[in-house]
Design a protein around this ligand. Structure first.
Ligand code: CMP
Length: 139
């Protein structure tokens, strides 16, 4: 079934000029980038986006990292896009990520792990709505 997921190319990747290389892995996997914008995330945006993690010990570090340099927010579309993108990203910790995945190829650590992807269709809808209006998504 065709669905959409939300993606962020994180500061460790944008700083190393890897946006195009990450996008190539996404597109080679058959996902279509149907919306994309490079932004400087504000502290308020990052805190809201990662609200579910606010009790975690790494929350402050996570917000600081996500606001430390530009990110690229994206909407990806394709068959089973949520699960497909999680497969393409690889495990959260790059040491556990499978060969050929974005995190195995590019991530530096569990924090500086190059990309975010939604973990469910419900969260994809919530996350997409935080950064894009419907008319900005062109499938
Ligand atoms: P992401 O998919 O963006 O969602 C939550 C993020 O928290 C996760 O990717 C990791 O980058 C980050 N994270 C998870 N565990 C840790 C940790 N132990 N230290 C720092 N960041 C973490």
């Amino acid at each position: 079934m065709t669905e959409r997921t939300f993606s962020i190319i994180k500061p460790d990747a944008t700083k190393r000029n890897l946006t195009g290389k990450v996008n190539a892995v996404i597109e080679d996997a058959g996902l279509r980038i149907v919306a994309q914008r490079r932004i400087q995330m504000s502290q308020a945006q990052a805190e809201k986006f990662y609200e579910v993690h606010k009790e975690r010990p790494f929350f402050g570090e996570l917000v600081e990292f996500m606001t430390s340099a530009p990110v690229v927010v994206q909407v990806l579309e394709g068959d089973n896009a949520v699960a497909k993108y999680r497969e393409v990203m690889g495990a959260t910790n790059p040491e556990q990520a499978a060969e050929g995945t974005i995190r195995k190829l590019f991530a530096l650590s569990v924090g500086e792990n190059s990309v975010h992807g939604s973990d469910s269709q419900d969260n994809a809808k919530i996350e997409i709505a935080q950064f894009f209006t419907d008319d900005q998504i062109v499938g």
